[in-house]
Design a protein around this ligand. Structure first.
Ligand code: NAG
Ligand code: NAG
Ligand code: NAG
Length: 233
């Protein structure tokens, strides 16, 4: 156990030093430019052994679980991780939700290609983040359609509702972009005492015709619309 904790400590240290993608050979190099902690903690070959043998689930039952969950190999440890994120931190009044691509070119059935992101290939995570401190408060992987699952619809709204579950009833304020925002979602969040600020795509049918751009509107002018507790600008 002590050795495993040391191993995890080294992973965290590499991240802290901004070297999570650095070749292990460099991290273990005897050089004034590298932290001596890696070498002092364990040998590089021991570290490499652990990293290549480490599993976070029971391999004998994995195939079975994989039939319903592509994320089966790390689902359990991931949910502990999520719980801990929320146990050890109370988010401020403002949170945001968006996607992040973790660069990765290994084999994985839910690896994404996003040409506009640095790195382009990787694992996509949905993150709920404290707007002030940037602490990740909740996170879930985008794994696409699960085996046997119907075509996915309203992904944006589902992601938001799922990530915010721990904050239901907490009067937090949530900011999201046009991938997620819709009027039904805003209303749904109101019933959970959460307020929403979001951008809307201009082609949303929920936007009244008067609010579409037209020749009579002055450039840079604002138009406000109100309905129930919703405001449209
Ligand atoms: C959310 O934002 C509103 C308006 O800015 C503010 O009145 C309210 O206190 C905020 N919620 C929390 C929990 O701070
Ligand atoms: C949350 O956002 C609102 C609106 O931008 C701002 O007035 C308020 O100060 C923010 N709260 C915190 C704790 O940063
Ligand atoms: C929302 O807030 C109101 C007023 O603070 C409270 O009466 C109500 O129980 C809350 N609802 C939920 C779902 O937390």
């Amino acid at each position: 156990m002590m050795e495993l904790k040391a191993f995890i400590g080294l992973l965290l240290l590499a991240g802290l030093l901004g070297k999570s993608k650095t070749d292990l050979k460099c991290l273990w190099r005897r050089s004034p430019l590298e932290s001596p902690i890696f070498k002092a903690t364990m040998s590089r070959s021991r570290f490499q052994n652990i990293i290549s043998y480490l599993r976070s689930d029971d391999k004998t039952t994995r195939e079975e679980r994989k039939r319903t969950d592509k994320f089966a190999a790390i689902r359990e440890i991931w949910s502990y991780f999520q719980d801990n994120l929320q146990t050890f931190y109370t988010s401020g009044s403002n949170v945001t939700i968006d996607e992040q691509l973790l660069g990765f070119r290994g084999k994985c059935p839910f690896r994404q290609f996003m040409p506009k992101k640095p790195g382009k290939y990787g694992l996509k995570l949905w993150l709920c983040v404290d707007a002030d401190s940037h602490y990740v408060f909740n996170a879930s992987p985008y794994i696409g359609r699960q085996p046997n699952e119907q075509r996915q619809t309203l992904i944006g709204a589902k992601v938001v509702l799922e990530l915010l579950k721990p904050l239901y009833g907490s009067s937090r304020n949530v900011t999201i972009d046009n991938f997620f925002t819709s009027v039904p979602l805003a209303k749904e969040l109101q019933t959970k005492n959460l307020t929403l600020v979001g951008t809307l795509r201009k082609n949303k049918p929920q936007i009244p015709i008067e609010f579409q751009s037209n020749k009579n509107r002055e450039v840079g002018s604002s138009l406000f619309g109100f309905q129930d507790d919703l405001t449209l600008v």
